[in-house]
Design a protein around this ligand. Structure first.
Ligand SMILES: [Zn+2]
Length: 264
């Protein structure tokens, strides 16, 4: 889960102003069982287009994209439609959610559950276990969120990311070994080439922590807290201060996506 901004809210409200009579009439008919669905397909797609633009096409809870295993994206109501009909079309009450999160959450009381639009950082709320790659709650709100969404937040897909990063970091350890060899030979041009190569690799890994990609917080948390990865950065720091400063700038930028970590 990462912090998101509802920058489309003014556009949405302008659209809602023109459409609300039609939306409300349809919804009343749905409540009286004269309509099968709470919204027409065209209006559903319109609301989805506003919502999904704010989350880069990801589920706001588990950060998966439709083809990452969460099923197609749906409109999730924080206060369920059945509990308060005045909030059914309020942008403040809507979240882009995958089918799995939406289904798991269902009509449960969501009061106190984490909302990506209201939080600046999730470090105080959630933590990632490095052994199991499972997310658990730290704060009361974090615990409540995990209680309700555990099955989707801890879906198997996250293990794939762990595999990717383990493989990637082992590859980088090999580069470090190459660097060590280069140091033994002490041929300066070779050493420089290796530092350049290592720098490119570190930057490429950091750039993968992208707000538009699935599982941004899992990637960020795993990579930024990985001991080997940090050792590689320390190595660059000891050899090339300028290159380190470039990496450090990226580290600071990307660390906002990280949640807390739990070591056993
Ligand atoms: Zn989800």
């Amino acid at each position: 889960m990462i912090a998101l901004q509802k920058e489309k809210i003014a556009d949405y409200n302008a659209w809602l102003n023109n459409t609300k009579d039609q939306l409300n009439e349809h919804f009343e008919n749905y409540l009286h069982k004269k309509k099968k669905d709470w919204i027409t397909q065209a209006n559903r797609e319109k609301i989805q287009s506003f919502l999904f633009a704010t989350s880069f096409g990801k589920c706001a809870y588990c950060e998966r994209k439709p083809n990452d295993g969460g099923g197609y994206l749906e409109i999730e109501h924080i206060v369920p439609k059945s509990k308060n009909k005045n909030l059914v079309f309020s942008f403040e009450n809507l979240l882009p959610s995958c089918k799995q999160c939406n289904t798991i959450k269902g009509n449960k009381d969501s009061n106190g559950i984490l909302n990506p639009y209201n939080e600046k950082s999730f470090k105080v709320h959630l933590e990632l276990d490095f052994q199991t790659m499972k997310i658990s709650g730290l704060s009361e709100n974090g615990k409540k969120t995990i209680d309700i969404l555990n099955l989707s937040l801890n879906a198997k897909d996250f293990r794939l990311d762990e595999k990717y990063f383990k493989g990637a970091i082992h590859y980088r350890v090999k580069i470090k070994e190459d660097i060590d060899k280069a140091l033994i030979i002490k041929k300066k041009h070779k050493e420089n080439q290796t530092i350049d190569c290592l720098f490119d690799e570190i930057v490429a890994l950091l750039e993968r922590i992208d707000v538009k990609s699935a599982n941004t917080s899992t990637y960020a948390t795993y990579l930024l807290n990985n001991q080997t990865f940090n050792e590689l950065i320390d190595f660059v720091k000891s050899k090339d201060e300028g290159k380190f400063l470039e990496i450090d700038k990226l580290l600071k930028e990307k660390s906002k996506y990280s949640i807390a970590i739990k070591f056993k």
